[in-house]
Design a protein around this ligand. Sequence first.
Ligand code: BDR
Ligand code: CA
Length: 313
Amino acid sequence: MIRIVVDTDPGVDDALALILALRSPRAQVMGIGTVAGNVEVESATENALKVLRLLGRAEVPVAQGCAAPLVEPFHGAHGVHGRDGLGDCGLPPSGLRPSAEHAADQLVRLAREWEGALVVVALGPLTNLATALLKDPRLPGRVRRVVAMAGAFGVSGNVTPAAEFNVWADPEAAERVFSAGWPLTLVGLDVTRQALLADEHLERLAGAPGPVPPFVQAIVQAPMAFAAARSGLRALALHDPLAMAIALDPTLASDAPELPVAVELRGAWTRGATLADRRSQPAERGLGPARAQVCLRADVPRFLAAFLETLAG
Ligand code: BDR
Ligand code: CA
């Protein structure tokens, strides 16, 4: 049984990742922290609470976190995820409240309570994690592992030609998280872009019982329409669900070497870009000391099959 804390900005794919975690027999979700990213932090909080209400899991604490990145203003990704972050499909309010704690304080507290045991799964901008590192500089030694949906190492970005959204949204926070010295796994666009939810999958879900299949059908419509308009492909990239699945089952990452990594904080066109030094002898003119396991390949068919099974209940 893995004890996890999820830091997230729901977000349609975040909501699907939460369902995966909350339904996993391998995981116990100890707490959820929310962060401004895809939507304002208040909407992210309400969306996490809506998922808990849907699954009848109101006992899982949700702590609201940072409302803006460390340095630059908040931008959001409303064009993809809808004004409300769950595809503007008219879901009723959760009727639930977050806890009084800040998400960074919740993370620091849980890491102390479960010293050495917690897996932190970060699915949004890394502002809360960076803030928690400031609050407790010994945090890296207290957690078992951090798995972050972050970066684009050998592929182009999704917000700019160079940068992936979660890193681009708060590059300074990402830089601190990358160099904190904890065991870090980065699940970036290199693999998540290959995990696509398409209409054929939704059709398979259609007859499944319970409240999850209609919820999924409703929330994915807006981002799928966005993708169709932008690229001609009507599909939802399962960025956060794949990162969550790899956190729960690391064998899904079929190629994940440990490499020196860095975040570009300057650059006229490359702010928020992520680099991994894949040279065989990276000592010469290399990156800084930060290292992470960088997912370059994943068993996407196995992930998709298990993911659809979980959604179908
Ligand atoms: C990441 O950005 C967000 O829009 C998604 O929720 C995911 O976490 C993908 O770049
Ligand atoms: Ca996200």
